[in-house]
Design a protein around this ligand. Structure first.
Ligand code: MN3
Length: 200
């Protein structure tokens, strides 16, 4: 079924000065829109057209003859998820059950931050850093290009886009500075907590 490009959940200037209007205009209106359009064109009139985008991602993952469909489906999904992982005046510390779970599974919030920063900084080239729930345990992972944890089983709770298009206009080559601002100023912990509650 056609996948609709969602509107950003905040204004184009809402994440300034960390992610500026021009980045969100290009990233949402051009990059994300292109993935959505390519995905819809690829599944139209095919046997995948009746499936949800999550079902398509799982159905075509690992099938090299359907790599184009996978890449556009996963990138359409990943970006929608990524927008929701940020909010104006975000960052800070998670609370409640999510904070307890992070402490239990990583040892401390700082250890989680260290692992998440490392995943983002060491993803060579383009990709994503993730916090996932894997068989009841929180883990930090990273994926290459469009890859998404859904196809292997773990439930995504948080993601950070580390493709250059996510940060280059604001940070140029300083990916670690973008990662630091993403964690300390932008993460929407309420969204992450809701994802954990839904998956538990
Ligand atoms: Mn992107």
């Amino acid at each position: 079924m056609a996948y609709e490009l969602p509107a950003l959940p905040y204004d184009y200037t809402a994440l300034e000065p960390y992610i500026n209007k021009s980045t969100l205009e290009f990233h949402h209106d051009k990059h994300h829109a292109a993935y959505v359009n390519n995905y819809n064109a690829a599944v139209k009139d095919s046997d995948l057209d009746s499936k949800s985008i999550e079902e398509v991602i799982k159905a075509v993952a690992g099938d090299s003859s359907k790599a184009g469909i996978f890449n556009n489906a996963a990138q359409a999904w990943n970006h929608t998820f990524y927008w929701n992982c940020m909010k104006p005046n975000g960052g800070g510390m998670p609370t409640g059950a999510l904070a307890d779970k992070i402490n239990a599974d990583f040892g401390s919030f700082d250890k989680f931050v260290e692992a998440f920063k490392s995943a983002g900084a060491t993803q060579f080239g383009s990709g994503w850093a993730w916090l996932v729930l894997d068989n009841g345990t929180l883990k930090v992972t990273k994926t290459l290009n469009a890859e998404n944890p859904l196809s292997a089983g773990p439930t995504p709770l948080l993601t950070m886009d580390v493709w250059e298009h996510a940060y280059y206009l604001d940070y140029q080559n300083r990916r670690p500075d973008y990662i630091n601002d993403f964690i300390t100023k932008l993460i929407n912990w309420d969204f992450v907590a809701a994802n954990l509650a839904a998956a538990s």
